[in-house]
Design a protein. Structure first.
Length: 226
């Protein structure tokens, strides 16, 4: 059996990627996947737009795994290409109230909740393996429950790996991944915010991010929530 690293390569991903947010083992008793516990070691490998859960044995030998999509635009495109009706797989629209007020808003499906003891993520996903193509029937709704770690550093990294990124997170991602230069990001901010306190606050946070990014071993996060 191949290693889970080979499975990641099928999706053009690697634990060496700049977009990697988390690469941690989770004890089988600390995670539920659609109400089930996997037998064996479970690895959470999170990126900016998706995260993987890999069940493996000795020497990183892949047993089974899933991919969970975090980006709502990718979720919508995937459902459309696969001709899958979200309601048929019981994937709820989480911004239905906003859509009632503005029917031009696109539906959002990704849901994240932080409870007293665990994180609960609901989104679209499918099983993964060494195949490069998957049938539309493999797309299903997943509910993932992860017990919060007592280690503050690990807890922050896991949270960042399984949540959608806020505006401030995306600013940091853009610079970290080399998608935008500082000048381009400044122009984007000025073009997309009203002049006034909102712009000043955003620019201030952006400059904080840049100064933090220049410090070794530091990552600026938009919040410190548990």
């Amino acid at each position: 059996m191949a290693s889970y690293h080979r499975v990641l390569k099928v999706f053009d991903r690697s634990i060496q990627d700049k977009s990697l947010e988390c690469d941690y083992d989770i004890h089988p008793w600390e995670i539920l996947i659609n109400g089930e516990r996997w037998a064996g070691k479970v690895r959470l490998i999170g990126f900016v737009d998706v995260f993987f859960l890999m069940c493996y044995s000795a020497d990183a030998r892949f047993e089974k795994g899933i991919i969970i999509y975090k980006d709502d635009e990718i979720i919508r495109e995937t459902l459309e290409r696969a001709k899958v009706d979200a309601s048929k797989i019981k994937l709820d629209v989480v911004n239905s109230k906003e859509i009632k007020s503005d029917d031009k808003l696109p539906p959002k499906y990704f849901s994240f909740n932080s409870g007293p003891l665990d994180y609960i993520i609901t989104s679209l996903g499918h099983e993964v393996g060494l195949k490069t193509e998957y049938p539309s029937s493999s797309l299903i709704k997943y509910e993932i429950k992860i017990l919060k770690s007592r280690n503050k550093v690990v807890k922050k990294r896991i949270r960042r790996a399984v949540t959608q990124h806020s505006l401030m997170d995306l600013m940091h991602d853009a610079i970290r991944l080399g998608v935008l230069t500082h000048a381009e990001m400044t122009a984007q901010l000025l073009a997309n915010f009203y002049v006034g306190s909102a712009t000043n606050d955003a620019m201030s946070k952006y400059l904080d991010i840049i100064s933090s990014a220049s410090q070794p071993n530091s990552v600026a996060l938009s919040n410190e929530l548990s």
